[in-house]
Design a binder for this molecule. Structure first.
Ligand SMILES: C[S@@+](CC[C@H](N)C(=O)[O-])C[C@H]1O[C@@H](n2cnc3c(N)ncnc32)[C@H](O)[C@@H]1O
Length: 225
């Protein structure tokens, strides 16, 4: 595949990490592990609309948008994930090898942009946020999920693994850039766009998840004028 990477070391680390140990869950595994995700991602509500997933990994979520009638597109920088996503989607969605900081689509060409577990791997996250806003039509909505710093997960990993706890966040201990977010930091990255932020994921208990959930989900829209 032609090189489409921005030159940041964070992106290069991500590619090396997931090329070496690709992340593949069946639909059943993913939505029983994250039962809140189906509603949080809004898979069912974009029929006939143009939807882009940035950092689609092996394609499980982009498949759900496609199954529910969206014109679905996914991009990812890891070649091994692009291959797995294309195999999973079997033409139901367009999967493109591309960097989220240089999205290869025209401005104002999507109704909804979704991204789960990607922005926190970037060292220049505003570049991806600007690209998301560029490709959204005025009034179009985005939904971006990142890891929450004030969650039970860092605490548990610290107790289990000590100082090197961050190496156990992802699916392998190969190094990867991870920036944990606070609500304030997330709002600052999207400013001046206003966000609605919700927390998810604490042992399937959303009563706890809304306070210390491992994911911060940020929803908002591109201003009309
Ligand atoms: C933890 S995986 C999440 C994949 C998928 N969204 C999910 O929830 O299973 C992180 C993904 O972000 C992708 N990624 C990291 N940096 C990226 C960038 N700059 N542009 C596009 N994708 C990127 C990686 O290749 C990887 O597939």
């Amino acid at each position: 595949m032609m090189n489409v990477l921005s030159s940041t070391s964070a992106t290069q680390l991500a590619v090396a990490h997931w090329n070496e140990s690709p992340l593949y869950l069946s639909e059943q595994e993913r939505y029983s592990r994250y039962p809140w995700l189906y509603e949080a991602a809004e898979f069912r509500y974009h029929q006939g609309r143009r939807v882009l997933e940035v950092g689609c990994g092996s394609g499980c979520d982009v498949l759900q948008f496609a199954k529910h009638g969206a014109k679905a597109y996914g991009i990812d920088v890891t070649p091994a994930h692009v291959v797995l996503a294309r195999q999973r989607l079997m033409g139901l969605a367009h999967i493109i090898y591309a960097d989220g900081t240089r999205i290869p689509f025209a401005s104002e060409s999507f109704d909804y942009v979704y991204s789960c577990g990607v922005l926190h791997h970037l060292d220049k996250p505003r570049e991806m946020v600007q690209e998301i806003l560029r490709v959204l039509r005025p009034g179009g909505r985005f939904n971006v999920l990142v890891y929450n710093r004030w969650s039970h997960v860092p605490l548990i990993l610290m107790l289990k693994h000590g100082l090197k706890w961050r190496l156990w966040i992802e699916n392998s201990t190969a190094p990867v850039h991870i920036e944990l977010y606070t609500v304030r930091k997330l709002r600052a990255i999207f400013a001046p766009i206003r966000l609605t932020i919700k927390k998810y994921e604490c042992y399937h208990n959303q009563k706890l998840g809304q306070f210390i959930g491992w994911f911060l989900g940020a929803k908002g829209s591109k201003p009309v004028s």
